[in-house]
Ligand binder design. Structure first.
Ligand code: ZN
Length: 198
């Protein structure tokens, strides 16, 4: 649903659909592991890719696309919005768009200045989240990560995980457990529409 300020925090649910997202890849050590887990559950997700990682690992990026997942823009250099001049910020998003062609943009660190938002919102759906798994946070153990992520899961939720070194150890346990539980409770997974301007 389009929240205040033109940011998208969830999707109006038709049924029990969920929208899994993975930020910060593609990464040769973690993305393939996640792709394998998703394949086992026949689940499609949306990968918010960092442009420079796509340029470094084009083969991994192609694997994401070949598996039928959607991709979104996570900036070319994962810049901190609050430390970056609006022009430079928008330029960096456009630079990412040259390698990740998508109407979806997720601001790195989930923070974006008003001026940056206004510059981007006509071209991109700015995708935030309903549930932040905190999979990257060393202070959150795997059980807490699973239970907290599950607690806030509801139809139409956008859930954030990371294909990132900081998250992968936890995710190897959390992701299959989460997917199994979701499937058992009648949820199904869809990708965010990359061609749609909401
Ligand atoms: Zn990120």
């Amino acid at each position: 649903m389009l929240g205040g300020k033109g940011l998208i925090w969830d999707i109006p649910a038709q049924g029990k659909e969920l929208f899994l997202t993975f930020d910060d890849g593609p990464d040769p050590e973690t993305t393939p592991v996640i792709l394998d887990m998703l394949e086992q559950y026949d689940v499609k997700a949306t990968f918010f890719c960092v442009g420079e990682n796509v340029d470094k690992h084009p083969d991994i990026y192609q694997k994401i696309l070949a598996a039928g997942h959607a991709v979104g823009n996570h900036g070319y250099n994962h810049l901190k919005g609050w430390e970056t001049e609006p022009e430079k910020y928008v330029e960096n998003v456009e630079k990412c768009n040259a390698v990740v062609n998508s109407s979806l943009f997720r601001p790195p660190y989930g923070k974006i200045k008003r001026s940056q938002r206004i510059s981007l919102r006509n071209r991109y759906n700015i995708i935030m989240w309903t549930v932040l798994s905190r999979d990257y946070d060393a202070r959150v153990d795997k059980n807490t990560c699973l239970e907290k992520t599950w607690k806030y899961t509801r139809p139409g939720a956008i859930i954030v995980f990371h294909d990132h070194r900081k998250a992968i150890e936890k995710l190897q346990w959390v992701l299959p457990a989460y997917l199994q539980r979701a499937v058992d409770r009648g949820y199904y997974f869809e990708v965010l529409g990359v061609d749609v301007k909401f």
